[in-house]
Ligand binder design. Structure first.
Ligand code: BDR
Ligand code: CA
Length: 307
């Protein structure tokens, strides 16, 4: 099997961490770099968390590059209440083995695109789209060589999770998301409409733990921490892993082509997706085979996946 080369752009974050564990364990993906962005928590922590996940799984040779420490407009929001003060719910992970690259995230993205001009390279975006927007603005020729951009974000027909119709990643940096949507590149958005359907419950958590693999046990610990803040819930949505699952198994998702812009106003609708006839068309996942997605996630973390 030819593994897809990918850059993971991320703000780990509990569900980011599970997504990263999946990507590192998947034979269908080859992770060229992890780039970090401020989002769920500040940039220093998201960068350290990326390095800690690589150290825990023996992938310390994969470079990490720190990116934007704030959105394009300079004003950030964070989600410590969900992800804990360290961003990973206090789950034990070793310290990073390697220091982050000296290049900023979007420079490393451009370098990887320049170094292998003929090879396909995708960006799997799990946080605010600030780094990707900076790549488009500062290295447009390199950006045009990107394969797919698959990004978790937005709420199309469902309620938002930070505003009535706005979702965290897009609301964190609506200007960045608007630029990425308008880029004309091959963009697939994975909104709350599908990620809320892919849920881990206590039985699933125990299945991951029983796999006995480092990745399965860590994912179980991360999901347990995800429950800790919301003890009354019987299941939790696995938002960011859906990006990886879509990269590996497109048949699990129904994609609609939509022309979307982003509300960049300063009111409670900031970050809301707007249907606009003049906007560029992007792919938007509107439905998912949730049990198939959960099966692929569990078997990959257990090292028994068929793909
Ligand atoms: C998104 O926001 C973050 O809190 C999660 O990591 C995910 O990327 C869900 O709205
Ligand atoms: Ca995230």
């Amino acid at each position: 099997m030819n593994a897809r080369r990918v850059i993971i752009d991320t703000d780990p974050g509990l569900d980011d961490a599970i997504a990263i564990l999946f990507a590192l364990a998947s034979p269908a993906l080859s992770v060229a770099a992890i780039t970090t962005v401020a989002g769920n928590i500040g940039l220093t922590r998201t960068t350290a968390n990326a390095g800690r996940l690589l150290a825990a799984t023996g992938h310390e040779a994969i470079p990490v590059a720190a990116g934007a420490d704030r959105p394009l407009d300079g004003q950030g929001i964070t989600e410590e209440a969900i992800h804990g003060e360290d961003g990973l719910g206090g789950v034990f992970l070793p310290e990073p083995v390697r220091a982050p690259a000296e290049l900023p995230a979007h420079h490393l993205m451009a370098q990887l695109l320049d170094d292998h001009p003929g090879d396909c390279l995708d960006i799997l975006a799990l946080g605010p789209l600030t780094n990707v927007a900076l790549l488009l603005a500062e290295f447009p020729a390199a950006a045009r060589r990107l394969g797919r951009i698959i990004a978790m974000g937005g709420a199309v027909e469902v309620r938002g999770n930070v505003g009535p119709r706005s979702e965290f990643n897009i609301a964190c940096d609506p200007e960045a998301a608007a630029r990425v949507f308008a880029s004309g590149l091959d963009v697939t958005l994975i909104p709350l409409d599908v990620t809320r359907k892919v849920r881990a419950d206590a039985v699933y958590l125990e299945r991951l733990r029983a796999s006995g693999t480092t990745s399965g046990i860590l994912a179980a610990d991360l999901i347990a921490a995800y429950f800790a803040g919301e003890a009354d819930r019987t299941s939790r949505p696995l938002h960011d892993p859906c990006v990886m699952l879509q990269a590996v198994r497109q048949d699990l998702f129904s994609i609609r082509r939509l022309r979307l812009d982003v509300d960049c106003s300063r009111n409670e609708d900031r970050g809301t997706l707007l249907s606009s006839a003049s906007a560029a068309e992007i792919g938007v996942a509107m439905d998912v085979d949730a049990s198939g997605a959960l099966e692929l996630l569990a078997t990959t973390l257990a090292g028994t996946a068929e793909t």
